[in-house]
Ligand binder design. Structure first.
Ligand SMILES: C[S@@+](CC[C@H](N)C(=O)[O-])C[C@H]1O[C@@H](n2cnc3c(N)ncnc32)[C@H](O)[C@@H]1O
Length: 284
């Protein structure tokens, strides 16, 4: 049972939710109140405060506290669920369709992939292992950028240490090749091997920024299970901006639960949850 000390009133929730939606684009309907309340409660305890009420009061009255605390608040507003080899058909499409097309007429010497909204790194390391396997068969150069707004999950991604349960979806041959096992039987963990870690460059990026600050054009973008948290106009604006960094002919992967149908974007659906960039200007 949640004590009164932990209760977030409707007005307090509205203050936090407005800020979160403005900064991150994440929808915060009233149904998220209990979730936010329990996450805030944990933060209140970490700070040694007595109540969420006190946290709310300090946050909105003390500008110094807000400046220091904003990153924590935004971190706890994000949902970071992810897995290795999640929705695996997309990794097959990358290998069987996108990469062979690039190899035929490489527009640049490096095959560039962006894992956009990478959470704790599982998707980015899945891409790295997949591309390393292809490179072993037929050499080519690739680069992998992985970004997220949440600094907490980026820390986990860079650390690259996972439980054996988290690593379970990785196929056995890749496990023996690309994972290091802890020697402590009480803490059966794995760490991604240096060869794989070295393939991925992690960075912080907020999709709501008007300019992503990325100079490179990508041959494939994985943007899966992120825009489901945004409203339609935000989805349109973010994917439109993303198109500016997607080479014409390059592929955009979204999650199977998401759709871009009805949005005027220079993208053509070529397989479930896979789009190809068409010529034409993205919305500005
Ligand atoms: C559910 S995870 C998806 C992880 C991975 N792409 C997958 O499909 O397994 C969604 C991620 O989007 C990130 N995210 C949410 N809003 C964002 C924003 N405005 N800018 C950048 N990343 C954001 C969250 O921090 C979270 O890690």
């Amino acid at each position: 049972m949640i004590s009164e000390a932990a209760t977030l009133t409707a007005e307090q929730f509205a203050d936090f939710s407005t800020l979160i939606t403005t900064r991150l684009g994440i929808k915060m309907p009233e149904s998220k109140r209990v979730l936010l309340q329990s996450r805030l409660h944990r933060r209140v305890r970490e700070l040694g405060l007595a109540t969420v009420d006190e946290y709310h009061r300090l946050f909105f009255s003390d500008t110094e506290m807000q400046a220091e605390e904003l990153e924590h608040l935004l971190n706890l507003a994000t949902t970071n669920k992810t897995d290795f080899f999640r929705e695996p058909v997309h990794f097959d499409l990358l290998v069987d369709d996108v990469l062979p097309a690039w190899r035929k007429h490489p527009p640049t010497p490096v095959f560039r992939v962006w894992c956009a909204g990478c959470s704790s790194g599982e998707e980015a390391y899945t891409l790295a292992m997949t591309l390393l396997e292809q490179r072993a068969r037929q050499p080519f150069e690739f680069s992998l950028l992985a970004t997220d707004v949440c600094t907490r999950v980026l820390g986990i991604a860079r650390q690259a240490t996972y439980s054996t349960e988290q690593a379970a979806p990785i196929p056995a041959p890749l496990k023996s090749k690309y994972l290091l096992r802890s020697r402590d039987p009480k803490h059966p963990q794995v760490r991604i091997a240096p060869e794989v870690r070295a393939c991925v460059q992690f960075g912080q990026l907020n999709f709501l920024d008007a300019d992503f600050g990325l100079r490179e054009m990508f041959d494939a973008i994985f943007f899966r299970n992120v825009m489901i948290y945004f409203d339609r106009p935000t989805q349109h604006a973010v994917v439109g901006r993303m198109c500016r960094n997607l080479r014409v002919g390059g592929a955009l992967f979204i999650a199977h639960a998401e759709t871009l149908q009805g949005l005027p974007l220079p993208l053509r659906m070529v397989a479930p949850a896979m789009y190809r960039r068409e010529p034409g200007a993205p919305p500005s």
